[in-house]
Design a protein around this ligand. Structure first.
Ligand code: SF4
Length: 64
């Protein structure tokens, strides 16, 4: 699993950071998502998919 973020689509809601702060952060400059870790551990994959589904802008996606 590889997590990607389209920073041109992100609206900076911060939901992904609240759910998985070890994987996501927001830029200090504009609040837009930063992917800290694009390859989650296997035991994190379900939580990652839940966070992606909860993203209000559709900025996050996963490649397998
Ligand atoms: S949940 Fe989606 S819109 Fe909100 S900060 Fe994360 S990527 Fe951006």
């Amino acid at each position: 699993m590889r997590v990607r973020a389209d920073r041109s689509v992100c609206i900076g809601s911060g939901l992904c950071v609240l759910r998985l702060p070890e994987m996501f952060d927001q830029s200090d400059d504009d609040g837009i998502v930063l992917v800290l870790r694009s390859n989650p551990d296997p035991d994190q994959e379900e939580a990652v998919l839940t966070a992606i589904a909860a993203c209000p802008s559709g900025a996050l996606r996963v490649d397998r």
